[in-house]
Unconditional design. Structure first.
Length: 351
């Protein structure tokens, strides 16, 4: 609307209100957008923005990297992965140290499988609800094409259970959630409702432009002041209340909810996606059955605490010294959506 200034609205709302407010964004794209626009420095005193586990690469546990690396050592296998994943350190190296192909879409892996019928093609299936429908559609297509050499290493996760874990299990103050636009475009508003109803914490779905993020922050402050928490949608031109039913049908046709381990967090009930029985032949874990031990984060790395909002990236003694985007030690510095990468790139630690 003409003349609308969300930053002024936020400052007016905070005038004479000394209560501290902690807002957590749970989307890596929001993390990067907030850092790029310098939003943390623009906000009035008392409003603190922290990053949660919204980066899919960052929350993928080390053993998934180790599994992919073991598969890549076999010349009969071709590993296909999104770009960020190949640089995440595993226990004994990175996927980029082995043979792999980069993908921009799961269907890129399908093309590799069709072009290489004598080899096993394994797609590293990392992502949230945004990615899961595309992986599901690719698997359905692979079955229709009767491709017996296409597999997926399942590492897909879902956001709402992670929010429940944060408010139930993690000792951190969260006054409101800035909810992810991309994930919400798939699942809609309803899966977040329990956060407001059961725990009294408001949430707001927002877009990624600075004005959209600031409007979301304004909405949350208004809810906190009014004492009536709900799940608001400030991204209505993209996110419908019911999300994308067709995408959800695809996802639910191929996958079912299972417990899943998150890097630095541990197991979260019903937060992962596993193949349903009808599609188990595409499960790389079932096909290859490698025994990969669980691994801890590198010594001194605070990625686990950063993912939970317990630490700021600059509080890690490795940050900007031994751990940089060129030589990352922790996953949060690798991914383009990681909190450490965002802070390093836009210099918030030097401000």
């Amino acid at each position: 609307m003409p003349g609308y200034d969300p930053l002024k609205e936020i400052k007016d709302l905070r005038a004479g209100d000394p209560r501290p407010i902690v807002l957590m964004e749970v989307c890596g794209t929001h993390t990067m957008a907030i850092a790029r626009a310098g939003i943390k420095r623009l906000l009035p005193p008392g409003i603190r923005l922290i990053s949660g586990p919204g980066c899919p690469v960052c929350v993928t546990p080390t053993e998934v990297i180790d599994y992919a690396c073991r598969l890549a050592q076999d010349e009969k296998n071709i590993i296909v992965s999104f770009g960020d994943m190949v640089r995440v350190p595993g226990s004994s190296g990175r996927l980029e140290n082995y043979r792999y192909r980069l993908a921009y879409s799961p269907r890129d892996a399908l093309a590799v499988a069709r072009d290489n019928p004598g080899q096993n093609v394994i797609f590293v299936g990392v992502g949230f609800e945004t990615t899961a429908p595309a992986v599901a559609a690719t698997v359905i297509e692979a079955r229709a094409l009767k491709l017996g050499n296409f597999f997926v290493l399942p590492a897909l996760k879902t956001v709402p259970p992670a929010l429940g874990h944060l408010v139930r299990r993690v000792r951190i103050r969260i006054d409101g959630f800035i909810l992810p636009g991309h994930v919400s475009a798939i699942i809609g508003e309803r899966p977040y409702q329990f956060v407001a109803r059961q725990y009294g914490i408001p949430g707001c779905i927002t877009g990624f432009e600075p004005v959209e993020i600031l409007r979301g922050i304004q909405n949350l402050i208004e809810q906190i002041r009014g004492g009536k928490p709900r799940i608001a949608n400030e991204y209505r031109w993209v996110v419908r209340p019911g999300g994308n039913p067709a995408a959800r049908r695809l996802m639910n046709r191929v996958f079912r909810s299972v417990p899943s381990r998150w890097r630095g967090i541990g197991p979260i009930p019903a937060s992962g996606l596993a193949f349903r029985d009808a599609y188990l032949t595409f499960d790389a874990r079932r096909r290859f059955q490698l025994k990969i031990p669980r691994s801890a984060d590198p010594s001194g790395c605070l990625c686990a605490q950063v993912l939970l909002g317990l630490k700021e990236p600059a509080e890690c003694e490795l940050f900007g010294r031994r751990c940089t985007p060129d030589e990352p030690i922790g996953a949060c510095m690798v991914s383009s959506e990681g909190s450490c990468a965002a802070e390093y790139k836009y210099g918030l630690h030097r401000a």
